[in-house]
Design a protein around this ligand. Structure first.
Ligand code: ADP
Ligand code: ZN
Length: 211
């Protein structure tokens, strides 16, 4: 099963993707996570991506498509995967078609997580990350001990690109480059809109009901 998650930054794509990944036992592929890991490890890819990400801009299509192509060609992707944060442009969506054609695979669902701009801003500004992959929110999903991850005990942190100024640029990029994908997948009969405003578990229930 191949599932694509669409939605604004902070719409909860990553959270839903993780839950889907464990329910269906297929890999969760987040281009944002791949970039962040590479930035942390200071790889060549990390260096290329960092200057765009820190400004809230999209990483160039060729760079992004290459990492996705590599990833979906790995053995663990044979039974499907969840794409979170890719495609984000029409160019990327067309490239994905080519990649999947070579693999003789097809997209099953495109889930569009719908939230208001205001929710995006509230969510992102309260978001806290942990290196183990857990994501928290200072009001909606706080850690038991302030600033310490419940799962692994490490200190949580704010993503570099979650600063207010950068959030604005990311939202602009979303509206300009990514929004047109809704129409793109609607025309292919793949788009399903999901109300992303309720709590993560409720959103997940809706997701599971529609697929
Ligand atoms: P969010 O969805 O909250 O913006 P992500 O972790 O998906 O967070 O992405 C973080 C950043 O990584 C983006 O702002 C962008 O700079 C870069 N990025 C991620 N996926 C892509 C993509 N498909 N194309 C271009 N840039 C991307
Ligand atoms: Zn942790």
């Amino acid at each position: 099963m191949i599932i694509i998650l669409l939605g604004a930054p902070g719409s909860g794509k990553g959270t839903q993707a993780k839950m889907l990944s464990s329910k269906f036992n297929i890999p969760h592929i987040s281009t944002g996570d791949i970039f962040r890991r590479n930035i942390k490890e200071n790889t060549l890819l990390g260096k290329k991506a960092k200057m765009y990400i820190d400004k809230g801009q999209l990483v160039p299509d060729e760079v992004t498509c290459e990492i996705v192509d590599d990833r979906i060609n790995m053995d663990d992707c044979r039974n499907g995967f969840i794409l979170d944060g890719f495609p984000r442009t029409i160019f990327q969506a067309n490239e994905l078609e080519n990649m999947l054609q070579k693999l003789q695979l097809e997209i099953n669902y495109v889930l569009n997580i719908v939230v208001t701009n205001q929710s995006v801003i509230t969510r992102i500004s309260g978001r806290r990350m942990c290196n183990c992959g857990q994501i928290y929110h200072i009001d909606r999903n706080p850690t038991k001990i302030d600033g310490i991850c419940d799962v692994c005990g490490e200190a949580t942190y704010i993503r570099d690109d979650d600063q207010p100024k950068t959030i604005k640029t990311r939202l602009q990029a979303y509206h300009q480059a990514t929004k047109p994908l809704e129409d793109y997948y609607l025309k292919k009969g793949l788009l399903i809109n999901i109300d992303g405003e309720p709590a993560p578990k409720e959103v997940f229930n809706e997701v599971v009901t529609v697929i």
